[in-house]
Design a binder for this molecule. Structure first.
Ligand code: FDA
Length: 391
């Protein structure tokens, strides 16, 4: 039987990073993945340039049933630690916006560096290997398509359910349940929202149009790009709010962030002569959007004729349009999976399961989900690093 100190299931960002750290400590490490190549999500991330961390990493930018859980790992291995690692690798990067750090070149550089470090430290990677069974008899016995492996420590880094086409499976949640850990219900996050047929058709007529907006749901609000698509709404502000939005709730869109909406409308009205409202609003918005906004406000006549109540309705539409999404596009297009292994059953310092010695969960499979913008990779690095020190 193949005997190892540490077996890691999943060769994504979290699994590879944990593998490097453990192998550097002299542990014999095997990282197993069923995909033909490691780290598929790093390769496609950030539009192919990997938004690998964010300068503004802070625990309150993560969603979890237990918001305090991520603090320890994020503070022990920070964005600055990972930036130093990138510098050590000689990979050039830049800040795009809102603290988001991207590679100047291709994301493959990050994967190559991780694989180099894993190999240099003596860790082994086995891709294209499926896992059929895991059991425990004091050691972990992992039945795989290339034989049985026994391990003193088992690290589960199999990610979430997002993008099944890329090989995402629920194996991490199944293993957690098998060993008695609780699961916080999972749902798609950082995902476009969908709307009723009527609203979707109206939005489709605006497809391709983007603008800056503040999108809010409850207390959460994001001022970022908003994009109309043939299927509904997308863009960073919508992806961000999708993680906070719950079925049945409305979202609010402020199409004029930071502006005095009533004053702007009054100004447009003064200079509009006999124009209909949709045409007059083209002073503030692209023409197609201007007439759609006027229609949503029910103010399709001449702007000069609008009464106080009409103007109020128009101001509300431009500055706080309430929409009820029907749902999300789901795991098919979601960047992340919210929920996952319940953090109450994990040690925040080591990521080890509380009731099951030698079993660890890291990365996206855990109920810790970051904002859009490099937050999720930082969680993968930080939680991977924490487990790497402990296994
Ligand atoms: P990850 O999903 O990366 O790795 C899990 C591994 O486990 C995979 O290699 C998979 O093949 C393997 N696996 C699964 N089931 C298995 C099984 N049954 N047997 C064997 N192996 C199995 N984040 C960010 O911070 N910046 C960004 O720019 C982006 N961009 C981005 C774009 C797109 C399109 C997506 C879908 C996601 C992002 N993300 C992101 C999110 C980010 O990719 C994600 O949070 C991390 O990859 C999570 O890392 P993990 O290592 O936890 O899982």
């Amino acid at each position: 039987m193949d005997k190892r100190d540490v077996v890691i299931l999943g060769a994504g960002a979290a699994g590879l990073f944990a593998g490097i750290e453990a192998a550097r400590r002299g542990r014999s490490v095997l990282v197993i993945d069923h995909a033909a190549k490691a780290a598929g999500k790093i390769r496609i991330s950030g539009g192919g340039r990997c938004n690998f961390t964010n300068l503004g990493i802070a625990p309150d930018r993560y969603l979890s049933d237990n918001p305090r859980f991520a603090r320890s790992a994020l503070s022990r291995y920070t964005q600055h630690d990972f930036i130093a690692r990138m510098q050590g690798w000689g990979i050039a990067y830049h800040e795009k916006t809102l603290g988001q750090l991207f590679c100047d070149g291709k994301a493959d550089q990050v994967i190559d560096a991780l694989l180099r470090d894993l190999g240099a430290a003596g860790g082994e990677l086995a891709c294209g290997v499926s896992i059929s069974d895991v059991s425990y008899n004091g050691r972990y016995i992992i039945a795989t398509s290339r034989g049985v492996v026994s391990a003193e420590k088992l690290v589960v880094a199999t990610g979430g359910r997002s993008i099944p086409k890329m090989g995402a499976t629920g194996i991490g949640y199944d293993l957690a349940r098998q060993f008695g850990l609780r699961i916080v219900a999972t749902r798609a996050g950082l995902v476009p929202l969908t709307f009723s047929d009527a609203l979707r058709e109206e939005m489709a007529s605006l497809a391709g149009l983007s603008l800056e907006a503040v999108v809010s749901s409850g207390k959460a609000a994001f001022r970022e790009g908003l994009l109309f698509t043939h299927r509904g709404l997308s863009g960073p502000s919508i992806l961000q709010i999708s993680s906070y939005w719950r079925e049945g709730e409305t979202i609010r869109v402020d199409f004029m962030p930071g502006q005095d909406v009533a004053a702007k409308i009054a100004e447009v009205k003064r200079g509009a002569g006999g124009q209909i409202t949709g045409n007059a609003l083209a002073k503030l918005f692209p023409a197609r959007l201007a007439s759609q906004l006027a229609s949503w406000a029910g103010t399709t006549g001449r702007i000069a004729d609008l009464k106080a109540a009409d103007l109020q309705r128009l101001a509300k539409t431009l500055g706080g349009f309430e929409i009820s999404p029907m749902g999300t596009e789901g795991y098919r297009t979601a960047e992340v999976t919210l929920g996952g292994v319940d953090t109450r059953d994990l040690d925040a310092k080591t990521m080890e399961a509380r009731g099951q010695p030698g079993l660890y969960f890291i990365g996206e499979v855990v109920d810790v989900t970051g904002w859009l913008g490099g937050y999720n990779f930082q969680w993968a690095w930080s939680s991977g690093w924490a487990a790497g020190q402990a296994v």
